[in-house]
Design a protein around this ligand. Structure first.
Ligand SMILES: [Ca+2]
Ligand SMILES: [Ca+2]
Length: 667
């Protein structure tokens, strides 16, 4: 073969080799292209399956967690995604892509929608309790349903919060779908606009009718739109109205419902009310409003109360200041209470202030001023009492009483029950002591709560002394001194101290001493020139007691008419015994009483004495040594300083008897 033959052979071989290489490359290329299509198809299918399975598992998760649970799921919808052939419902998520169906089922209700276009999406999965909603979520609610419990014939305010979960401005229109004829649901707003992630509250007021008891339900439809797409959210609403026979407590009550007070112009009244919440009512505060004009204008202290928990009470007091120029009549007003937190938490109280036609301008009557003891003696404490009565003088409460003595200073008296608080106070009292013998005048007066001082009660009374010792002359004789010194060292057997004065016969006969201030007069000696017979007889005639001691019997008994003898009355020397069948207040027994005193003499009256013989001298049984005749008591013993105890006791009793039996009244 030649060179050219060889060259031709070579060219053909190269061509063949090149052709084969091209074929191999082509085959390889074709194989590679087929594999790439298959890989894309696998990914799309996987995305679709993932989307469906992730939505289903999120739905199961929020369903298990319960009402309100929600979850955001990111899904990728393949390019072959067919939105119109895909759906959510009938417990299934149904997605079609490139003619293939991807389906997941759950055992609860599903509703909602899948995004309209392929690509990456965030999808909300929200539990609504018995069902789960899946879809693009432009808005979220704070609660998946609204359940209201309320009484009949009442109003209750609830609210929902709508939140945007969208990345552009959303307009939300709100529609009430509530077809109850007995319960009305009205919306506080019907359209709201939300910026991305913004929230807004919507008030919803329910009003129940008279016979609305039972269960009422409906929906609130919220339609969100951003101009490109929209979303509808249905909020289930249920209202349970409690029955009329279970009388529904008010949400807020103010008690008492009516405050009726009698008042005087210028008076301040404190009014206390109880504010109570109903069993479903929680209030952040309670505010108060007053009616215009009288008497609402008179009310002070309207600051807020609260917060208040359900079924609790709090007191609220107001001061009602009646103006001093308030006119007579009934003034009415109203205090209204309003709770913050529930529209139905309102109540009010009526106030009625009665101002008497003639409001109190007169003071209490003071009456029945009395002194105790009724027959007071000098040195004794003296209690005065009076009755204060305003019931006919405006009927205010008595505020105070005071008493003055002999035009001295007024001194506060005390209420019998310790408190001046009634319109009539009985036994209002005060004690005075150290009153001097003589005539006195007490005056009591009382003041009422309105400040009026009423009429005075007055009492003229006399303070007496037990007795007056009358000496026969200006100087005491020795036997008078015996008695005055005995008197100063002895006291009454009745538990008190004898209050007595000493004077002389000349002052008595000269009328410069008023004997009527003494229950008894006592004489131990009687001068026949003294002129005492007339004043003493007059004194006896008025009920006064005369005591003739010892030597005074010598002349006194005759001048007072007890005996006709005593030109020379008997004088029994050395009388040691007296006998007696009775004694002044406590009868002597038949035994003899020995008054042993060697120097004691015993004057006794002769047997013409017609009075009451209580004791005789020891040896002359018909001659009285101790006796009474009317108001005159005589006791014949002398020299009392020598008495033993028996003599002293008899003498004490003689004086006490004379004082106690006296009927004299001063003046
Ligand atoms: Ca009065
Ligand atoms: Ca009282």
């Amino acid at each position: 073969m030649g060179d050219s033959g060889k060259k031709a052979q070579t060219s053909i071989e190269v061509l063949i080799i090149l052709g084969i290489a091209l074929l191999v490359m082509l085959a390889f290329l074709m194989l590679t292209q087929s594999q790439s299509v298959q890989v894309n198809q696998q990914k799309e299918s996987q995305d679709a399956a993932n989307a469906v399975s992730e939505l289903a598992s999120a739905a199961k998760e929020v369903y298990a967690q319960g009402v309100g649970a929600k979850k955001q799921v990111q899904i990728t919808l393949p390019s072959g995604y067919e939105a119109n052939e895909s759906s959510i419902g009938n417990r299934a998520i149904w997605l079609r892509s490139s003619g293939n169906d991807y389906v997941e089922t759950v055992d609860f209700a599903l509703h909602g929608s899948l995004p309209k276009a392929s690509g990456d999406h965030f999808v909300w999965v929200v539990s609504e309790g018995s069902r789960v909603r899946i879809g693009d979520s432009m808005i979220m609610l704070d609660s998946p349903s609204l359940n209201v419990l309320m009484p009949e014939s009442s109003q209750k305010m609830e609210g929902i919060v709508v939140r945007s979960s969208w990345d552009s401005e959303v307009n939300v229109s709100i529609t009430a779908l509530f077809n109850s004829s007995k319960v009305d649901m009205s919306l506080g707003s019907k359209a709201i606009m939300l910026e991305p992630l913004q929230s807004a509250g919507v008030a919803i007021v329910f009003t129940s009718g008279d016979n609305a008891s039972g269960f009422h339900s409906g929906y609130i439809e919220l339609n969100a739109a951003d101009g490109k797409q929209n979303e509808t959210v249905m909020l289930p609403v249920s209202v349970e109205v409690s029955g009329a026979n279970v009388s529904a407590p008010p949400e807020l009550s103010m008690l008492p419902g009516t405050l009726n007070e009698n008042a005087s112009a210028g008076e301040n009244i404190t009014a206390v009310f109880q504010l109570c919440t109903g069993p479903w009512t929680r209030l952040s505060s309670v505010s108060f409003d007053l009616s215009a004009g009288d008497a609402g204008d008179w009310v002070n202290g309207t600051g807020d109360l609260g917060p208040m928990e359900p079924e609790t009470c709090q007191p609220k007091s107001f001061r009602i200041s009646v103006p001093s120029n308030a006119t007579a009549g009934t003034h009415t007003g109203r205090i209204s209470a309003r709770g913050t937190g529930s529209l139905a938490a309102v109540d009010s109280a009526e106030i009625m202030i009665d101002i008497a036609a003639n409001y109190d301008t007169s003071g209490p009557d003071a009456s029945g001023l009395k002194a105790y003891p009724e027959k007071p003696y000098a040195g004794e404490p003296l209690t005065f009492s009076v009755t204060a009565d305003d019931t006919l003088q405006g009927n205010s409460s008595v505020k105070e009483c005071e008493m003055q003595l002999d035009n001295g200073t007024w001194q506060q008296m005390e209420a019998a029950d310790g408190k001046f608080d009634e319109s009539q106070e009985k036994g209002v009292s005060i004690e005075f002591s150290g009153l001097a013998i003589g005539k006195h005048m007490a005056q009591a007066r009382c003041k009422d709560a309105a400040g009026n001082i009423g009429s005075s009660a007055s009492l003229t009374f006399h303070v007496m002394k037990d007795f007056l010792f009358i000496t026969s002359g200006k100087q005491q004789t020795s036997s008078e001194e015996d008695w005055t010194s005995w008197l100063s060292s002895h006291k009454s057997g009745e538990g008190y101290t004898w209050a007595y004065d000493t004077t002389d016969a000349g002052k008595v006969s000269g009328s410069s001493v008023d004997l009527s201030y003494y229950s008894a007069v006592v004489l131990a000696q009687w001068d026949w020139k003294s002129g005492l017979a007339s004043p003493l007889s007059a004194y006896i005639g008025k009920g006064g007691s005369v005591v003739l001691l010892g030597n005074a019997n010598l002349q006194g008994a005759r001048e007072l008419g007890l005996t006709s003898y005593p030109a020379n009355p008997s004088n029994d020397a050395q009388a040691r015994f007296i006998t007696n069948s009775s004694y002044i207040s406590e009868p002597f027994s038949a035994r003899l009483y020995s008054i042993t005193a060697s120097s004691t003499q015993m004057y006794s009256l002769n047997d013409d004495f017609s009075g009451n013989i209580l004791a005789t001298s020891g040896n002359e049984t018909d001659h009285a040594a101790l006796g009474t005749d009317g108001n005159v008591v005589f006791w014949g013993a002398t020299e009392p300083g020598d008495f033993n105890e028996i003599g002293g006791n008899i003498t004490i009793r003689v004086l006490d008897y004379a004082v106690m039996e006296s009927k004299i009244t001063p003046g």
